[in-house]
Write a protein that binds this ligand. Sequence first.
Ligand SMILES: [Zn+2]
Length: 472
Amino acid sequence: MTLSPHKLRPPRVRSAPLRGAALAALALNLALAPCVASAQEGGINLIRDTEIEETLHVDADPILRAAGLVPKDTTLILVGDKDLNAFTVNGQSIFINTGLIVETANPNQLEGVIAHETGHAAGGHSARSGDMNRAAMQPFLITLGLGILAAAAGAPDAGIALIGSSQYFGVINALTFSRAQEAAADQAAITYLERSGKSSRGIVEFFENFRYEEVFSEARRFKFFQSHPVSGDRIELLRRRAEEQPHYSAVDSADALARHEVMKAKLFAFMNPPQQSFIKYSEKDKSFPARYARAIAYYKALETDRAIKAIDSLLVDYPNNPYLYELKGQAYFEIGKSKLAEDAHRKSVELKPDAPLLLINLAQAIIAQGDVKRSDEAIGELQKALAFEKDNAFAWRLMAQAYDAKGEGGSARLASAEERFALGDMAQARIFALRARQLLTKDTPSWRRATDIVLVANPSKDDLRALAGPQG
Ligand SMILES: [Zn+2]
């Protein structure tokens, strides 16, 4: 919430193949780091997950609309970090740490935080320097699906690597809003919450909990609040205005509460070592979130048989839940059972056909089986995914693989150019696009697209001459 910025801790970084995961360029020009497997220190983990993104949007969209923002133009970005934090970049993106979500007691508390961040976004609060604008021009962010975190099974700190240039993260680090802007964001939050028929109780409670932690917690878990306390005055001001609002006594719907618990359980299980999940969500707890968390924990522990058993038992009770099938597909994919993974992912797509990340999972499981005859099928699924997210770099990467398998080098290089372009890596985008142009048939739509990429990817004079030359 940029109560003040805090230090973004470098995650544990490991090289991991991309699995069950999607890379995506963000809607703004925040593009992405060029390399995936060779991650470097100093980044933050950005996480994609269809189920959680959906829950966040259900919570956030009324607030965004109340602030005059367009929900589909506002990116809610999950940061895989156990620390409490949330922040806004460029008035278009709201970043929320998984650790913060896990600490919210109910949807209304999370909505309070989102409303505060929306206050910064809608208020046009910019950081104190031009750094953010500069950063936005630069390639830096990579995001992965939650499934990738499984690769860190057993690691004490389950974050897996998604990395951008440390330069950018240095900038986020330096992001500070003035006291006046913080107060304005608090007040705006109450206005938006009220306008969307929600209580402002949550934001007051949440800030108070922080204070409680700060004062009483032995462990002093949240370093952030040691150096940047939420002052009593600030909370008092907030509380007084909150209590005056007509919707102060509004409560979360049963649906919203249930979704919130599922989201927390899922994040906890993905972000923590399995043993911790088994403690927090013990066998005695037969609720859906607890059973879900345990299934994820088994999956993370690579106890695939137990994971599948747990998921199948959930599916008996919740046969139409696409995310259970997604998890099952990931569990199989993880151990190289690509056909079983495909079957499960296909089911998730049947249940939720408009989710690009689920389509990408399916395509990936098809490609992994190595049957060249099925390349077109995989390409078809990827095209569907890209129709929803045209700058999903991971989909483009898989597309290049599928075309290479078919022996269509021109289309493969064009897909690689698209991948690099979506990642903001203009130098590589240009190189792949030039290569694609040489291989593709002149004047076809693909050839023209390759030409367009060369033109927008900072071509050199030589490149332009080549484009204008007799070879065209
Ligand atoms: Zn703030």
